[in-house]
Design a protein around this ligand. Sequence first.
Ligand SMILES: Cc1ncc(COP(=O)(O)O)c(C=O)c1O
Length: 426
Amino acid sequence: MGTSKPQGSFILCCLGRKAYWGSLELHHFPDASAVVRALAPDEPVILNRPHAAARAARFFVEKFPGKSLYAVKANPSPDLLKVLWDSGITHFDVASIAEVRIVRGALPDAELCFMHPVKTASAIAEAYKVHGVKTFSLDSQEELDKIIAATADDEGNPASDLRLCVRLRVSSEYSELSLASKFGIDLADAGPLLQATRQVSDWLGVCFHVGSQAMTPFAYVQALERVRVAIVDAAVTVDIIDVGGGFPSIYPGMEPPPLEDYFGAIHRAAESLPVSYSSELWCEPGRALCAEYNSMVVKVERRRGKELYINEGSYGALFDAAHIGWRFPVQLLNGDADGETEDFSFFGPTCDDMDFMEGPFALPANAGAGDYIEIGMLGAYGAAMRTKFNGFGAGMTVEVGDEPMASQYLGDRRDPRVSDNVVSLR
Ligand SMILES: Cc1ncc(COP(=O)(O)O)c(C=O)c1O
């Protein structure tokens, strides 16, 4: 069932070089099948869908009742950053000085917000003094002291233009990936930190993260209730409420309610908070802005029973599939689409047993060595996770024009309200 390599390796060589040397000039194909027909690639190929990322960005810009920052960690590709910028995203949540430099290099006029609550002093100083970053998050007095010291001028005068966001610990119980244990100050301790931060901030914010892939809008309502208590207890004026990321995408077995429901619930809950009349509402989506941006073409090298040995795995874009059992949509590109399907697991290309993605991934029953598979929805925490372990991780990137395998933004979903408040039981 394998696809024979067309027109020799000359095309592959030229296309590969072009994509490698000039990522701004990627080759364009109609879809993944056309990529396989043209290239018969021996290495994985990342497929970019700029139109899907642009649509997601416009959706947030137009419909979120406040400002939408892009959480760069989900996918720091400069090409993607430009697509988001061109679609109206002007603010970027960065988590490291490397991300600060990437965004500043790609988008000189972007507003950067350093939202990792534990930073090095040198990263804070470079971000503030070299790259003009004014917004930082923190969840401890030590971090506040560090920010004050690192942003002071040469005479030791403190900065007067800081926008500091205190990160509150909130529940991750409605999300597929918890972010509740590492960062965030407990409500019981938040008062003194909010007051101390208010003293040195031009703008004071409160931020939180409900965990990634939040499966119900109620996650935000509950978190905002905690924000209310924190503000009342501390009796401070707050200028920014930042509801973080967590906005979901669609994956097999995970069909969340429409994003409009999240926006409506957040709007209502935020409207009733005791904040300054000119306060701003922010969000920091990562996954929701880029999940649909990438898919990947992989090749099957071997079949053993229901296990397919493919050329991408747990040290690459399938990190989440391997380590937390995340399921991604798949389709056989050169096979018999109407044939009977079976559930398969995948082994990745390295020598490790743990390079294993249990799935199940439903594919035609006769899938086997030489076949190509498209794995969808890898734009968030997928394409960005690739390593060179065992010498793998190479491969080219191309653009395709078809639609992603699932979309929050296409308007052709079944009425998702039937799944309202559903939390996956995984
Ligand atoms: C501070 C912060 N903001 C935003 C995000 C993006 O989250 P998501 O991709 O779930 O939208 C993350 C993810 O870890 C984060 O740590």
